[in-house]
Ligand binder design. Structure first.
Ligand code: CMX
Length: 476
């Protein structure tokens, strides 16, 4: 029997002793000993407590309902959606520090604030968030030489996610963790520090890497914008895509307001895609590969390979294609009857409606709602965009159709229903590229967990597998 008060005592959430410090690593340094103690106590006192049953259905059904991962940063409730250290998207929008450069007060929180929250469980002060932002900018000023050269020499037409995975894997050459481990001069207790440094360096490098990939796709490798060390992480992503009005390139001729909105879209998008608890393919893969003590670059590069799948991160691209095609075939994006017919034809051909359904969620994805709200708050920008109008209309009609169709467990829109089409609106029209932006954001959750995996000394993952004969024996 579990004594809940004892359990709470064994795993209470402790405030970091030095949480007034502005340095993330220092705050973690103070936090880790208590958490380490907590997890050892948990294992010692409650290691035999059963969490759930594993059924044959879950063994051959993608491990659904098989609660078997430790994941601290986020949790996913089928009806409430994603929570970041227990906080909803709305909470995060209220509580997390924003960029002081945002003049109109409508700005989104900085993803750097989210990274802090994920790592420590605490909402950072504005000083802490800006300190982390400046640290990322300082570390991300330029790509390592070897990565830069490699990226410049990739064959043209290479899939953007392949480019991202190659770029990240190449950075393993500079991995502090791999170097120290190879030399054999670090003990288990110190692993996390080097994993942390690699994780921060990796996240810091993503704006440059993303800009490089985009320039490979659209400009034959010619730089599209400038990295600014006095700017935040999302701003630098936008700048290196040539999407800010301050850029000499300003590819889409965005005016000041549009440019500010685009940066805020990037902050929103990259702030809420950071994680979706541990079981999703990109997060799970990063955690699994990292459990073999592969360094963060190799681990997250593997996660990126999973994110590239059409049932995971690539869905945003499929949605954009789908909306554009449907708009060609129907007389108006408001025509409910024609949309319904279009969807039924699709389902009869055994195709899925992209952007709908989810393995865990059982209601509309709050991330979708946040993206939709972004568009709704800017009617002057989006009112004439047929794709955005169709996206919204579809979110009323598709759930009815999918419910009647009767197969899908969750007939509601997921985040990918909205994200790509908003980037497309501002002129990022290279569909395969969207998942790279997803990859920038997703780095934060799985890499946070990787730091904690090593801080808590979690072991290599090695579940048991069963063949047909063994499953058959269980059925007798
Ligand atoms: N359109 C049509 N059929 C769908 C469907 C959709 N959007 N979503 C699920 N189904 C079908 C499944 O294909 C499955 O059919 P079969 O029994 O014939 O194989 C059946 O409904 C049951 O599936 P489910 O249990 O509801 O969903 P899963 O957990 O197996 O899969 C997901 C989840 C997301 C892969 C699926 O809903 C899907 O393919 N959606 C479209 C692609 C998409 O939007 N992906 C983005 C996911 C977002 C994320 O990664 O966070």
């Amino acid at each position: 029997m579990i004594h809940s008060h004892a359990m709470r005592r064994a795993f209470h959430c402790t405030k970091a002793a030095g949480s007034s410090s502005v340095g993330l690593k220092q705050v973690l340094q103070d936090l880790i000993p208590q958490r380490k103690h907590d997890i050892l106590e948990l294992k010692k006192n409650y290691g035999n407590v059963k969490i759930g049953d594993i059924t044959i259905g879950s063994v051959i059904g993608g491990m659904r309902g098989n609660t078997s991962m430790f994941w601290q940063g986020t949790s996913l409730d089928a009806y409430e959606g994603i929570k970041f250290q227990g906080k909803t998207i709305g909470d995060c929008q209220r509580l997390l520090p924003k960029s002081p450069k945002d003049s109109n007060g409508k700005g989104n929180f900085l993803p750097e604030s989210m990274l802090w929250l994920l790592m420590t469980g605490e909402v950072p002060s504005i000083e802490q968030a800006l300190h982390l932002s400046a640290e990322l900018a300082a570390r991300g000023r330029q790509l390592p030489d070897y990565t830069d050269k490699l990226m410049s020499n990739l064959p043209s037409g290479m899939h953007p996610m392949t480019q991202l995975a190659i770029g990240l894997a190449s950075m393993n050459k500079g991995s502090e963790f791999a170097r120290k481990y190879e030399k054999g001069d670090i003990g288990k207790n110190e692993y996390w520090e080097y994993v942390f440094d690699d994780a921060i360096n990796l996240i810091a490098a993503l704006p440059q890497l993303t800009g490089k990939i985009y320039s490979n796709i659209v400009a034959g490798g010619k730089p599209l914008g400038q990295f600014r060390e006095d700017c935040d992480w999302s701003y630098n992503i936008c700048s290196l895509l040539g999407m800010t009005s301050e850029d000499s390139c300003n590819r889409q001729n965005l005016d000041g307001k549009q440019s500010e909105d685009f940066v805020n879209l990037m902050r929103l998008y990259t702030g809420i895609h950071v994680d979706h608890e541990g079981g999703n393919v990109s997060a799970h893969t990063t955690h699994l590969v990292g459990s073999a003590l592969s360094d963060p670059y190799l681990s997250y590069s593997s996660g990126i390979m999973g994110l590239a799948g059409p049932l995971h991160g690539l869905a945003a691209q499929e949605v954009v294609r789908f909306l554009i095609e449907m708009n060609v075939m129907i007389s108006s994006p408001q025509s409910g009857r024609e949309i319904e017919q279009y969807l039924w034809n699709l389902l009869r051909c055994k195709r899925v409606i992209p952007g709908y359904g989810h393995a865990v969620l059982r209601k509309a994805d709050p991330r979708f709602i946040a993206m939709l709200d972004f568009a709704k708050a800017r009617p002057e920008e989006f009112a004439q965009d047929k794709n955005v109008i169709l996206m919204e209309k579809l979110s009323e009609i598709a759930p009815k159709v999918l419910k009647e169709h009767g197969k899908t467990k969750n007939p509601y829109p997921n985040v990918d229903s909205a994200s790509g089409i908003l980037f497309y609106h501002y002129g990022v029209t290279e569909l395969l590229f969207f998942t790279v932006i997803f990859g920038c954001s997703r780095s934060m959750g799985p890499l946070t967990q990787l730091v904690w995996d090593r801080a808590l000394g979690l072991p290599i993952e090695r579940p048991k597998s069963l063949d047909f004969k063994s499953l058959g024996a269980l059925c007798r």
